[in-house]
Ligand binder design. Sequence first.
Ligand SMILES: C[S@@+](CC[C@H](N)C(=O)[O-])C[C@H]1O[C@@H](n2cnc3c(N)ncnc32)[C@H](O)[C@@H]1O
Length: 417
Amino acid sequence: MKKMPGGLREGSCVSQRGVHGQAPDVLRKRMVAELRERGSITSDAVEAAFLRVPRHLFAPEVSPEDVYSAPEGIFTKYNARGKPVSSVSAPWLHARMLEAARVGQGMKVLEIGSGGANAALLAELVGGHGSVTTIDIDPDITTRARRLLDQAGYGRVQVEQADGAQPLADAPAGGFDRIIVTVGAADLAAAWQEQLAPDGRLVVPLRFRGLARTIAFAREGHHLCSDTLIRSGFVAMQGFSAHAPRSVRLAGRDVRLVVDEDQEADADALIEAFTGPGHEVWTGVELGGQEGLLPRLEVWLAGAIAPYGRLRATPEAAERGLVGWVLDRGMPAVWDHSTLAYVALRLAPASESYELGVIAHGPGREQLAGRLAEAVRRFDREARNADEPRVRAYRRGGPEVPDGVTIDKPSARLTIT
Ligand SMILES: C[S@@+](CC[C@H](N)C(=O)[O-])C[C@H]1O[C@@H](n2cnc3c(N)ncnc32)[C@H](O)[C@@H]1O
């Protein structure tokens, strides 16, 4: 796809019937049936909204076939370095976030990060008595969203250019019933906590400890508590809350430790540790084909052990014997000044399943490997068959000070149990 000056992608004149001649409403019905079948859509309200919104009008750069079958988002703008900065998110992700948001008729909704498609779905969900405001930091995107929303018949959606991490000047007095952030955030901006109605819900793609989860929060006393976690990737937030996770390169570009800004990691000491001998501990904990177990363990460990981050390695690193068997998207890791330990996999000796183990390097490797292995076993005993971990978010400087392992963000302190 050709890029326009300023990074917007050029529309390729695709006919309304799509390149293979299927009418958009046929494609849309098929997409909705698939989203229902795979459990992304669970309510009649979200299904009805998806059936009404002409999604293809919000990504005119690609064919309707591609829009309605997109397993991932469609990038719509890149920065000068070729990095995507805006997209229309994937249908399954729109669906899961809207289900998690539980949007009802008559609600006042704020969407942060515009594109048009999700705002149109929200407009359907709130109906004629509700309101939808969508804001984006980028004037190219707000101009585009305004135009596409008007063309699709959603002139009632309000589009504003603003930094979504800052308070909105014309926020409703009682707060928004729903705030839906559609851009990757590294902090829970104070503005979201303040502009949320007392019984509101906040849905936000949050990065913490090298993980990316879209989290649906509701209020629980003075703090927020999660009830839904969705594994998902988003373009990163720009502006006031812009943030790039820090990577410690342990072996060039091939092996990296991804940490948050509140975490200290002595790069030289860890690089030296990593070049030394490894110590392995196998936990006896098997994944046993239980879908979602590893993602749940990753989040649970972030609230159980500190410091905690993510070891990422290229497939070449494993081929060269630099790391054990780790997944491309990374594995849980802990460190202690000059010692590093991470979770790895092997085929379980007596079954078709995979066993979780720990590999550690550095002078304290036996002890640190034992600590991480014990945390994995504790998850197996206490949390494996429990509900999803709960993420609680407390205002920084607020009246509540949580105990135990915490994750400190500029505006919020998180706990995970
Ligand atoms: C994934 S896109 C939004 C997708 C869209 N909601 C949809 O319908 O699919 C993320 C958007 O967030 C915007 N963005 C980045 N930082 C922002 C900020 N601080 N405030 C508001 N918008 C921001 C980007 O310009 C980009 O257009």
